[in-house]
Design a protein around this ligand. Structure first.
Ligand code: NAD
Length: 305
């Protein structure tokens, strides 16, 4: 069994560390938010006050942080991971970051004698709780083997995507496709509504037809059709506008870097931006459905609640 340092015990880090502990590993965790740290301690994480303390005797270190800037800050500097990890420690970042940040983590880890693997995840908080996450790995083949064994208690699927940054590249492309798909479902659901279709019947039609997609099957934004939809919970986030906005922006940034035109992704980002400007960044990303309705109101969404 291993000792694992874990930095970032939020929505994803909390359930993921619980699975590692259930599998018999020791997890030494850090989080700036006392509530997150307390919840992790209740699951059996040994909560410590610094990255240096988390890394004492650690075989591996996992980061699960909100933004690229957090990842850079946690790795670099006199209090960071590179300054305190034992040589040879396996480092993996499960955060969704830009390709350049991931490349920087690989290059600096290589130079300092650490094995770094980009290991972003898909499946949301439900996947983290049910240990059915998909891990997309990028790095050296020998390091990917070590990571596969480590993440197994948290994963439903582990895919070795290729060399350094291949995991994060796959993640960004996947999520860009997801949020373009959300727009299709948003518009389709509201056209069906205004054409007077029974939404449950229409959902069955699409599920068995060529308009089907993961967001259609899982996040259909009309109340009373799919139990996993935010429309049944006043569009409280299963995947927040803020996180969706971050992922779309990072995909567009990657597209600019390689000269690929992404007009649909730009439209998805502009709709998410509008929700953020309205102070709705904490709500579910499927709230973009509001932009398709005739008067901006949306069945299942009550702004005052
Ligand atoms: P979160 O904001 O709930 O958790 C991040 C935690 O990191 C917070 O508790 C925060 O206090 C902590 N933190 C920030 N800076 C820190 C520092 N310097 N030291 C220690 N702790 C620090 O975010 P999340 O939803 O758990 O997501 C984590 C990452 O996983 C993000 O990059 C996100 O894009 C990605 N992701 C999230 C989901 C999802 O559905 N939530 C799905 C797939 C991927």
């Amino acid at each position: 069994m291993s000792t694992i340092a874990w930095i970032g015990l939020g929505h994803m880090g909390l359930p993921m560390t619980a699975h590692l502990i259930a599998a018999g590993h020791t997890v030494r965790g850090v989080d700036l938010n006392p509530d997150a740290a307390a919840a992790a301690a209740a699951h059996g994480v040994t909560v410590v006050g610094s990255i240096a303390q988390a890394l004492v005797d650690a075989d591996a270190c996992v980061t699960s942080l909100p933004m690229p800037a957090h990842v850079r800050a946690v790795y670099d500097g006199p209090d960071g991971i590179w300054a305190h990890a034992r040589p040879g420690t396996l480092l993996l970042d499960t955060s969704t970051v830009d390709v350049d940040t991931s490349r920087w983590c690989h290059d600096r880890s290589d130079a300092a004698g650490f094995a770094f693997v980009d290991a972003p995840i898909s499946g949301g908080t439900a996947g983290a709780e049910a240990h059915t996450l998909t891990f997309m790995l990028g790095g050296r083949a020998e390091d990917l083997g070590r990571v596969k064994a480590l993440v197994e208690p948290m994963a439903g699927t582990v895919i070795a995507c290729g060399e350094a940054t291949a995991g994060i590249a796959a993640k960004l492309v996947n999520n860009m496709m997801l949020f373009i798909g959300v727009m299709a479902v948003a518009e389709g659901s509201q056209l069906a509504e205004q054409l007077g279709l029974d939404q449950q019947v229409f959902w069955k039609v699409v599920s068995a037809s060529s308009g089907s997609s993961w967001p259609q099957r899982t996040w259909y934004p009309v109340p009373g059709v799919v139990a996993t939809s935010a429309a049944d919970r006043n569009f409280d986030a299963t995947f927040s506008v803020d996180l969706a906005r971050k992922d779309c922006a990072l995909a567009l940034q990657a597209g600019e870097g390689v000269g690929v035109h992404l007009p649909a992704a730009a439209l998805a980002l502009s709709q998410l931006d509008l929700l953020v400007q309205e102070g709705l960044g904490h709500k579910d990303c499927t709230l973009v459905t509001r932009f398709a309705t005739p008067d901006g109101t949306l069945r299942g969404y009550h702004p005052s609640q």
